[in-house]
Ligand binder design. Structure first.
Ligand SMILES: Cc1ncc(COP(=O)(O)O)c(C=O)c1O
Length: 410
């Protein structure tokens, strides 16, 4: 009898497309990070923008990992997943006064990346009914996000330091920031800087960390330095990211700068936790050729998985139905009404039939979390193969009504 794999089973019972994650792989990624950064002077955060499915957020938190949240909604989700506020770090940009107030109210760690945002923080003296409030609950502390100029990333769109990046204050503004904070009795409890996302070389990460440590010397009593995330993932040849060089370099820089163990070093990768743990499973809905060019059309599009469209990202693509030895080159395309809806061009794949199942691999990070309803297409379901081998649906596919839940159809 033909062995039916998990993808076929879900496709047969519930249809395509869908995301399928592996709990085992996520746990393995968590273990790698925990084994490498295994002492109490480190804290690991998960940048939940990579994948914010509540099942996955709770799974990662169950291993003692905190979160990097970049919106009020991500803070709310973290709190709803019972992540304590002291394990939530809010790193957003273009903060409004009300966003800052919300974060303070929820007692999460707030990163501030512009001087005008500091101006927006209420002075203790500005607060009405001050006599009724305990002073200690009014003491505010913030992390300053610094744009060190040392940026790196898999695409120019995800480099977050340097002149072309909107993030952070410049190092020369730290004194000014300190003055504003002193005047407002706000404590600067940490510095933060993130080079960018998905760079395989660790060189810039370490250079950036060194720069941040050097800057930290001018500030007293910092409780943490946050070096950001950005640990690379090699989507093509699966070369391993060199975690141990990060650990050993951070340790020796700590020694060189004589930074106390009490100042925690924070790392906040997102992609590293989940990239390899997800695949998007779709069905071939159309095959056609123009001259030598073969188009393989799928029942999904960049609205479900935008990395190829946004970044020209390369992902392994497999036909898990075909047993054909004969290889053809295919342009694998999506079903959206836009000619840029292309996952790959001229990819060698086994000769394909309509109805074959195609997997786009390593889509666990920045896949579903960046999806949309473009063309009014519904977002797909998400499943996870849990550590006991059971298939669990962790999000249903959207239905027609969901698309109009915020507007007025009738
Ligand atoms: C401040 C910050 N931290 C962490 C991350 C996570 O990056 P990655 O998923 O590449 O590790 C990002 C990504 O944009 C970020 O902006």
């Amino acid at each position: 009898m033909k062995k039916v794999n998990v993808e076929e089973k879900i496709a047969r019972n519930n249809g395509t497309p869908f995301y399928l994650y592996s709990e085992e792989k996520i746990i393995k990624n968590i273990s790698e990070l925990k084994n490498e950064f295994n002492s109490s002077d480190y804290e690991i955060l998960y940048a939940m923008k990579a994948n914010s499915n509540p099942y996955i957020v709770k799974l990662i938190f169950s291993y003692g990992i905190g979160v990097d949240a970049c919106s009020l909604e991500e803070i709310e989700l973290a709190l709803r997943c019972n992540i304590p506020s002291n394990k939530i770090h809010y790193n957003a940009d273009c903060l409004t006064k009300s966003e800052i107030e919300f974060a303070f109210q929820k007692n999460v760690n707030v990163s501030i990346g512009s001087l005008d945002a500091l101006d927006d923080i209420d002075d203790i003296d500005d607060i009405d009914d001050i006599d009724d409030i305990e002073i200690s609950s009014l003491e505010k502390s913030i992390t300053l996000r610094v744009n060190t100029g040392i940026g790196a990333g898999h695409s120019s769109k995800v480099i977050t330091n340097g002149e072309m990046s909107k993030f952070g204050i410049s190092p020369s503004e730290i004194n000014h920031a300190q003055k504003i904070c002193n005047a407002k009795k706000i404590k600067i409890s940490g510095l933060h800087s993130h080079t960018g996302s998905g760079e395989m070389s660790t060189k810039m990460y370490i250079e950036n960390a060194e720069f941040l440590m050097e800057l930290s010397i001018q500030l007293d009593s910092l409780s943490h330095l946050n070096f950001g995330g950005g640990f690379g993932y090699d989507y093509k040849s699966y070369e391993q990211y060199d975690l141990s060089s990060i650990r050993s370099s951070l340790d020796s820089l700590r020694k060189n700068f004589n930074i106390s163990d009490k100042t925690k070093f924070l790392i906040e990768p997102g992609r590293f936790f989940v990239a390899n743990a997800g695949r998007l499973v779709a069905k071939v809905s159309s095959l056609k050729s123009f001259g030598n060019r073969n188009y393989m059309g799928l029942d999904t599009g960049y609205n479900h998985f935008p990395r190829c469209f946004y970044y020209n990202a390369w992902h392994h693509i497999e036909n898990i139905s075909s047993k054909e030895k004969h290889i053809e080159k295919y342009d694998v395309v999506g079903n959206l009404c836009q000619s840029g809806d292309v996952f790959t061009r001229e990819r060698p794949l086994p000769k394909t039939k309509k109805g074959d199942l195609i997997c786009i691999n390593d889509v666990g990070a920045y896949g579903y979390s960046m999806s949309s309803n473009f063309n009014l297409r519904r977002r797909p379901a998400e499943y996870i193969l849990d550590k006991n081998g059971s298939i669990i649906q962790i999000r249903r596919a959207e239905n027609f009504e969901d698309l109009f839940s915020t507007s007025f159809l009738d």
